[in-house]
Design a protein around this ligand. Structure first.
Ligand SMILES: C[S@@+](CC[C@H](N)C(=O)[O-])C[C@H]1O[C@@H](n2cnc3c(N)ncnc32)[C@H](O)[C@@H]1O
Length: 293
């Protein structure tokens, strides 16, 4: 006979599936784990749910069925080795961006104190992960959205308190020709997961209703912000410095072409995510220094 909580979870998962939630069982388990203060694995030994916990679970289930993102309900998003605070006003970091960080860290191997800039940092997922995993890195995180940057600051303060080298958080526009002028020509790595969704594209309700518009929309082909970011990256990077930009599945040809057309870049390449979909473009600032500023 099924235990009481397995029936509860089966009912919850069915409800979420009917509401169109993509991973209903996992989400139901994570919400129950959140309510009971357990890990997902720890639910196996859960017997009774007191009335307060049952009511909280039911309320969270209602919201998830209404397609509020799971991470807004738990207030946390896992990203690589970190748990970041997230909620209304900031983009929820996605697992596919972890590959871009993997590439970034590999490109910095052997550089003891690299200067790194993360453009459009949101929760700080990329910047704070690099600071955590490369203790010598001097990272600056740039964000334009005044609501999102509150979350960046919160997460940056909490990582610094945990012992990571502090990340500098800067309010600014990644397309601004005056941004971070003091670093011109001295940056080892520019990394970005910019807004890249083409205007009018269909996105899930969680995204359309809860991710901030500034985090998503990138103009008719999705690459408007990227065009501005390329000029900033070209100006900031030292010769041979690295650039990594995340993009949409359908931009695996367009973004490398844009970088090549900009000029002044070597080793332009595109990379898939773990699901095999085109996910980010990388390049090196040309050592000859010609073109593309
Ligand atoms: C897709 S989200 C990525 C957030 C985070 N880097 C991540 O990977 O989870 C894009 C971020 O860029 C910010 N942004 C959009 N346009 C910007 C601009 N012109 N300058 C700086 N930040 C910008 C958005 O507010 C948002 O936080």
């Amino acid at each position: 006979m099924p235990s009481r909580h397995s029936t509860l979870l089966a009912d919850a998962a069915r409800r979420l599936a009917e509401a169109g939630v993509e991973s209903p069982r996992v989400d139901a388990e994570l919400l129950l784990a959140h309510v009971t203060g357990r890990t997902r694995a720890g639910l196996i030994t859960l017997d009774e749910l007191d009335a307060g916990a049952a009511a909280r679970f039911a309320a969270l289930l209602d919201q998830r069925a209404d397609r509020v993102p799971l991470q807004h309900l738990t207030g946390r998003a896992a990203f690589r080795h970190l748990e970041l605070a997230v909620g209304p006003g900031v983009f929820v970091p996605r697992p596919e961006t972890e590959q871009l960080v993997e590439w970034a860290l590999a490109s910095l191997a052997g550089v003891p104190e690299p200067v790194v800039v993360d453009l459009g940092t949101g929760s700080g997922a990329i910047a704070l992960s690099i600071a955590h995993e490369h203790p010598g890195a001097r990272v600056t995180a740039v964000e334009r959205d005044p609501d999102a940057i509150e979350w960046t600051r919160l997460n940056a303060a909490s990582r610094a308190a945990a012992g990571d080298r502090p990340v500098e958080v800067l309010a600014g526009d990644m397309t601004d020709p005056l941004l971070l002028r003091a670093l011109d020509g001295g940056v080892d790595l520019v990394v970005s997961n910019p807004p890249y969704v083409p205007d009018g594209a269909l996105v899930p309700r969680e995204v359309a209703d809860h991710d901030p518009p500034m985090a998503l929309w990138g103009g008719p082909d999705g690459l408007d912000v990227v065009r501005g970011l390329l000029g900033t990256a070209a100006r900031l990077l030292r010769p041979g410095g690295g650039l990594g930009i995340e993009h949409a599945d359908l931009q695996g040809t367009a973004l490398p072409a844009l970088v090549r057309a900009h000029g002044g870049w070597d080793d332009v390449a595109d990379h898939p995510d773990l699901a095999g979909r085109p996910r980010f473009t990388t390049a090196r600032r040309a050592r000859g220094g010609a073109g593309g500023d």
